[in-house]
Design a protein around this ligand. Structure first.
Ligand code: OAD
Length: 246
């Protein structure tokens, strides 16, 4: 892999590094992405599944779909890209990982400083009393009811038309503004506000690189696009840094 000289120079000197990840980072684990050919949004319309009105219209249908995704996610393992990102935490003085993924694979790979912008499929809460439902049976096809108040239980993921968790978003923007280097990995950068983060970082003076199979909607605004599989590119990068970081 050829990393550019400017990228390597900035990374070697960097103290504050932020990485934004998207579905592409989990693709090598076998989790389907959303917008690639054969991706989730080719088979389903987001409005059928990923919004509150759809859930209220047919709670069992939406619940069942998330149960299916939970089964997929239970059976997959973190890949080399997740592990490389976990290692980066100890390479830079201030490293933050911001993810749009809800699959919990960054935590399972050992990352500790993870900010989840779109929630986590392993958590669920009651739409009436907001209480979290611990331990659920992921084979149960019918939507669960809250043990305290009988309200419907939904997955703790951000649906279309919903606000992102405010604290997570504010922290992410702060990280982006304070970055020396910002990496946008495995995301089509089509969903806002997450897609703003690389731009915020660039405007604030960070070196912003993207790692993706292909250039994306925002590539032209960034310093460089490294084309390749995130598992391979990130492993190579972390191996280089372990030997060469200032
Ligand atoms: P997308 O499906 O939009 O984009 C996945 C990106 O990963 C594409 O740009 C692919 O080229 C790239 N990709 C695929 N395999 C890769 C690999 N092995 N290595 C590197 N890159 C790879 O997924 P996101 O950008 O994550 O939101 O989508 C953002 C949000 O849209 C999701 O969080 C979800 C969805 O609607 C919510 O559910 C709120």
């Amino acid at each position: 892999m050829n990393f550019s000289e400017s990228f390597i120079r900035r990374l070697k000197a960097a103290e504050n590094v932020t990485v934004l990840t998207g579905a592409g980072v989990s693709a090598e684990s076998g989790v389907p992405t959303f917008r690639d050919p054969g991706g989730i949004w080719e088979k389903f319309k987001p409005e059928q599944l990923a919004n509150f009105e759809a859930f209220m219209r047919d709670p069992d249908f939406v619940w069942n779909w998330y149960q299916h995704r939970r089964e997929i996610m239970r059976d997959v393992k973190p890949n080399a890209g997740h592990f490389a990102l976990a290692e980066m935490e100890s390479i830079f003085r201030n490293f933050n990982l911001i993810t749009q993924n809800i699959d919990n694979l960054h935590f399972r790979a050992g990352s500790k400083k993870v900010t989840e912008l779109h929630g986590n499929i392993e958590r669920n809460f009651c739409i009436s009393c907001r209480k979290f439902a611990e331990e659920i049976d992921i084979t149960e096809k019918k939507v669960l009811k809250c043990e305290s108040c009988g309200g419907l239980i939904r997955p703790d993921v951000v649906w279309f038309g919903e606000m992102l968790p405010m604290q997570a978003l504010q922290f992410s923007e702060q990280c982006a503004s304070n970055s020396d280097v910002f990496l946008s990995v495995g995301t089509s950068a089509e969903v806002y506000p997450a897609a703003m983060l690389p731009i915020i970082a660039k405007k604030a003076g960070a070196y912003v690189a993207e790692i993706n199979l292909n250039p994306t909607a925002i590539s032209w605004e960034l310093n460089e696009t490294i084309c390749g599989k995130s598992g391979e590119v990130l492993s190579e990068l972390v191996n280089y840094l372990k030997e060469n970081k200032n």
